[in-house]
Write a protein that binds this ligand. Structure first.
Ligand code: BDR
Ligand code: CA
Length: 311
């Protein structure tokens, strides 16, 4: 199996993503690290504990940690408009599996990657603050991670501003640090994730799993669908973060292109934009493997099939 740390800001699509990860035998989850983002850190941390409880035996003994409570330089933004005030808008959720571990997420990332050089994948589904801090604390770390798979950015338009995707905008400096770190980075952005929509029939298939995990995912995605209809005119919520986990499990579900990508860190209209050099006009060497196509059907079947393994 592939050693993985899940880093994110749950968040309801993060929750579905992490459940997919726990349900997948290809991945061995070493730990979970929470970061500010969709909701303030204390809620993201609590939600991490709830997701571990939902994953049941699969998450037994998996530690979880509090990470950064704000971006490197800017003030925190949230996405409660999309994720509800708690980040997990479902009834009858279990309590967190146990309290989080003491110590900081960044220290956990650091020691875990160092313990298995070249073997640990960071699957990131939120702002990249924790990873950027780890890379700054230990400049040798980018070369020691197997890869960073990040749901964030876009080759095209944004969702939080016309130019910027939420995770990129929520800490543009961190994103620029990680993308420019020399680590192997794969970016799963809006240009592919917006094609993977949890339509009503798909939500019903999740509910029909008859399990608690299926029920909770269906409930979360029903809430999410409302927000997506209102804000983006889609017939359901986009499965952003689950697609990043799927990319770690089965990269061949997506088409990839190696590109030069930089994140705009200047204030203004384009703050947080992931500027992708699709035509190679900068002449700069590619630093990111960018997802450019996706097999949406195969992805959803993978998600559904895997979630069926959870209680
Ligand atoms: C990303 O932003 C968050 O709201 C979602 O959880 C996802 O990680 C999509 O832009
Ligand atoms: Ca997220």
């Amino acid at each position: 199996p592939q050693w993985v740390i899940l880093d994110g800001d749950p968040g309801l699509d993060d929750a579905v993503a992490w459940l997919l990860a726990f349900a997948s035998p290809e991945l061995d989850i070493l730990g979970v690290t929470a970061v500010h983002g969709n909701v303030p850190l204390p809620l993201a941390l609590r939600n991490a504990g709830v997701i571990l409880a939902l994953a049941g035996e699969r998450a037994e003994g998996v530690p979880y940690f509090a990470g950064a409570d704000r971006p490197l330089l800017r003030g925190a933004i949230t996405a409660t408009r999309m994720h509800g005030d708690s980040g997990l808008p479902a009834e009858e959720l279990p309590d967190p599996v146990r309290p989080p571990e003491p110590g900081h997420a960044v220290d956990f990332i650091l020691r875990t990657v160092r313990a298995r050089p070249g073997e640990v994948t960071l699957v990131c589904s939120g702002p990249l603050t924790n990873v950027a801090l780890a890379f700054r604390l230990a400049p040798d770390l980018p070369a020691l991670v197997r890869e960073v798979v990040w749901m964030g950015g876009s080759t095209a338009q944004g969702n939080r501003t016309p130019a910027a995707e939420f995770n990129a905008l929520a800490d543009p400096h961190a994103a620029q640090i990680v993308l420019g770190s020399g680590a192997r980075v794969r970016m799963v952005g809006l240009n592919v994730t917006m094609q993977c929509v949890a339509t009503p029939p798909r939500v019903e298939r999740l509910r029909a799993l008859g399990s608690r995990a299926g029920q909770v995912c269906a409930e979360l995605l029903t809430f999410y669908a409302e927000a997506y209809r209102r804000n983006y005119g889609l017939n359901g919520g986009a499965l952003h973060d689950p697609l990043a986990v799927a990319a770690a499990i089965r990269p061949e579900l997506l088409g990839w292109q190696d590109l030069r990508v930089d994140v705009e860190t200047q204030e203004g209209l384009n703050l947080g934009r992931t500027v992708c050099d699709l035509y190679g006009v900068t002449g700069q060497a590619p630093n990111v493997s960018v997802a450019v196509t996706v097999d949406d059907e195969a992805f959803f079947e993978l998600l559904l099939g895997r979630l069926a393994a959870l209680p």
